[in-house]
Structures are given as structure tokens and as C-alpha cells.
Design a protein around this ligand. Structure first.
Ligand SMILES: [Zn+2]
Ligand SMILES: [Zn+2]
Length: 410
């Protein structure tokens, strides 16, 4: 394919076709792209975009500050750094910010100068592209009985064993003394918080349950009970957690040092999730959320307690923090407030300042590791339901998790 901007021969990306596009071609000179769609290979050509809006930020665990660079397909930065895990960040475009990589900026400006002035308006078109039919929807196809995402789905029998972290029933002898609430800390200084899980409803029969922006809250007693004693901070259920990343350990070291000055310690399972090469960004990869360790921050509930940011939902509608109580206990909590940024003054329609609403913290999980387990199980199941995978192909623990969520309730 020839570049319609500058006339150079374009090169085809080595990417598998999807239902949305067949091939992507890119010009090595002006970096214009063209994408083909459908059996007739209709071509869509993105129009000109100014250099500060043209590139996505780079994402990598193998660079100290990947977001300083622009991402250039495949797995490299615009300035030429290659890393096997490089990808484009879903969190905003790159360009024009303080601290951006000067070599990336120079390359972006050079590429921008190669677009002829007369093609900066009116060039290109976005086709109204429909996805190609899903083979799973082929007429006459008989789905297997355990195919997820249909009203007729039959779940296979879940197998519970003494080693399964998902329990068939709540552990005996552990009646919930305070339904709907959990505490962090002991005795009179304990912080009592409402306890709820939040996220799309996991339902093996409903593919439309897969709606990330919808966040119904779920009482904790509707979640599959876990053998919490088996979560010892080693992520044994995850498998190989990988080596500590030399670029990530300074992040948790800084947080741990600041906590130590206040007599608190950062739990090892938090540090592992941030710094271990295979664990790091496992939540992001499953969900499109953003792991963003930051802090410590003062707790809005007590001046001697601390919060450390763990995870942001894409739109910052929800943020999860590790709550560190002054007596040394901790838990994962959630709020809708970004406590890392100054909220600034806000004004009502009459021009009067609006005071900030109270910060509500909701208890989510007793530890970072349990939170990660539930979060990954939830995301894995939603993906499996949306993709109409077979229930028999699920990891046995995830099948047990799903079977609990799907069982009829009294
Ligand atoms: Zn070109
Ligand atoms: Zn760069």
C-alpha cells in the first residue's frame, strides 16, 4: 500500500486481524496509518492530528519513566527505545508536557513537518465500520451447554477441595458480628467502615453484565467466602510473581520510609504487588484500571492513620487505598475521592464556595493480596462471560467463584 500523504511505500503491522479490522499499514516517513476492514478491505485513513495529540504515552514496566516517551508501534518509543512490554497507555495522549523526552519531542516535530500543509485539512476519512459477524453467532451453530453468556448456560459441578481458596460456605464458627460493617484496628480506637464490594455484576448468563462503567455495590456476604488464612502474602495462588523490578522498588521504598517515620510499616503483600515483575500491573492488564502507588496521605478519619493509594478506576470515579491504622493493622478501602490531588475551590450557581462533601471510605478487603485475588477473579470471569468461553475451561477456583455467585439466593 502506498502512503497517500507522502507517496512512500507503507509497511504492514504484524498484528492478527480482529472483527474490527483486518490490517494496519504505516508509512515509515510521515507515520500516517491506514486500516483495512471487511472482506473487501475497505480502507480508512486517519486525518492529520497535531503532534501533541498524535501520539499515545508509552507504558512499560521496564523503563523508569515510560510516560515521558511517546509510544511508536511496535513495542518501541518514538525516540527508539525498545522493550518487549512496551504498549500505548490508555490514559491520555503524549506531547507538550514539561518533562517529556526531548528526543521523542524532536522526532514528533520532524514527523509533523513531513505532512504537507494542504493535507492537514480534509484528508482522510474514518469509515463507519461495523464489526464482522462473530463466528459464535453463525446460524445453526449449537453452542456447548456450558458456554457462558447465555440464559441456557449449564455450569459444571464446581469442585471444592481442602486447598481451594474459595470456600463452599462461610467458615464455621465465624458469624458476622456486625453485618455490613468491618473494623480496622482493635479496641476503642478501631475504625468502623461500611463494607461492600463494587464492580459489574458477575452473572454467567448475562453478557450485558459486562459493563465496566456500571458499578453496583454488592454486600460482602454475597461474595464467595475465601479461606483468608491461606493468603499469607506470598501470592501462591498467582504462581511465579517474578523478580523485583529495579525501577519499582524505589517507589515503595519511598512510601515505606515515610510510613516508618510515623511508626508504620508497608505490608509486604502491597510491596510485592507493586514491585514484582509478573504481579506488577496485573490488575491493570485484567481491567484497564491503573495501579498508582502514592502516599502516604493522612487519613480523613484520624490524624495518626495513613492511606496509601493502590489503584484508580479509569475515570477516577473510584480509588482504592490501603488504610494503615495507627495500631499497625490495615485493610483495602475504597472512596470516590482522589486524595492525592488538591480538590481546589468549587462554587455553586450563586457563586458561593461549595464545601467538600464528607469523604466516605468503604471497606473492601482485609489485605492487598485478598483484594488482588477477588479483583482478578472478578475481571477474569467478566472477560470469560463476555467472550463466551466454556465454563469447563475456567480455572477450578474461578469456576467455584462463579458457581457461588450464580447460586440461587434465599
Ligand atoms: Zn507517508
Ligand atoms: Zn523518548
Amino acid at each position: 500500500m502506498r502512503c497517500e500523504v507522502c507517496g512512500h511505500a507503507m509497511a504492514k503491522w504484524d498484528e492478527p486481524p480482529t472483527r474490527w479490522w483486518r490490517e494496519t499499514w504505516e508509512c515509515p516517513w510521515c507515520r500516517a496509518t491506514a486500516t483495512t476492514h471487511g472482506p473487501e478491505l475497505r480502507v480508512s485513513r486517519p486525518p492529520y492530528a497535531s503532534w501533541e495529540t498524535r501520539w499515545a504515552r508509552a507504558l512499560s514496566d521496564m523503563l523508569p519513566e515510560p510516560e515521558r516517551h511517546a509510544y511508536a508501534h511496535p513495542r518501541r518509543t518514538l525516540c527508539g527505545i525498545e522493550r518487549p512490554d512496551l504498549s500505548s497507555s490508555p490514559f491520555g495522549t503524549w506531547g507538550g508536557a514539561d518533562g517529556d523526552c526531548p528526543e521523542c519531542t524532536a522526532e514528533a516535530l520532524a514527523i509533523d513537518a513531513r505532512w504537507p500543509e494542504q493535507l492537514r485539512e480534509g484528508f482522510g476519512d474514518f469509515l463507519g465500520v461495523e464489526p464482522e459477524p462473530d463466528p459464535l453467532d453463525a446460524p445453526g451453530r449449537v453452542p456447548p451447554p456450558d458456554e457462558l453468556g447465555r440464559p441456557e448456560t449449564e455450569l459444571p459441578q464446581a469442585r471444592w477441595s481442602p486447598h481451594t481458596r474459595v470456600l463452599a460456605a462461610p467458615p464455621p464458627g465465624s458469624p458476622d458480628p456486625d453485618p455490613g460493617y468491618r473494623t480496622i484496628g482493635a479496641g476503642p480506637s478501631a475504625v468502623r467502615l461500611p463494607a461492600r464490594w463494587i464492580g459489574a455484576v458477575v452473572d454467567p448468563y448475562r453478557r450485558d453484565a459486562y459493563r465496566w462503567p456500571m458499578f453496583p455495590e454488592q454486600p460482602l456476604d454475597t461474595l464467595p467466602p475465601l479461606d483468608e488464612a491461606s493468603f499469607t502474602g506470598d501470592y501462591a495462588w498467582f504462581g511465579d510473581t517474578g523478580e523485583p523490578l529495579e525501577y519499582r522498588t524505589p517507589v515503595t521504598d519511598r512510601i515505606a520510609a515515610a510510613l516508618a517515620a510515623d511508626g508504620l510499616a508497608l505490608p509486604a503483600d502491597f510491596t510485592a504487588l507493586i514491585t514484582r515483575s509478573r504481579l506488577h500491573r496485573c490488575l491493570d492488564r485484567a481491567s484497564g484500571y491503573w495501579t498508582d502507588p502514592h502516599g502516604p496521605l493522612p487519613s480523613p478519619l484520624h490524624p495518626d492513620d495513613r492511606l496509601v493509594l493502590l489503584l484508580r478506576e479509569q475515570q477516577n470515579c473510584y480509588l482504592w487505598y490501603l488504610y494503615l491504622h495507627r495500631d499497625g493493622s490495615s485493610a483495602v478501602v475504597r472512596t470516590d475521592r482522589d486524595l492525592t490531588a488538591d480538590r481546589g475551590e468549587r462554587y455553586g450557581p450563586d457563586g458561593a464556595p461549595v464545601p467538600p462533601s464528607p469523604i466516605e471510605l468503604v471497606w473492601c478487603a482485609p489485605s492487598t493480596e485478598v483484594f488482588a485475588y477477588r479483583f482478578l477473579a472478578w475481571a477474569t470471569l467478566l472477560h470469560a462471560i463476555e467472550g463466551r468461553r466454556r465454563a469447563a475451561d475456567l480455572d477450578p477456583e474461578h469456576l467455584a467463584y462463579l458457581a457461588h455467585l450464580a447460586r440461587p439466593r434465599a
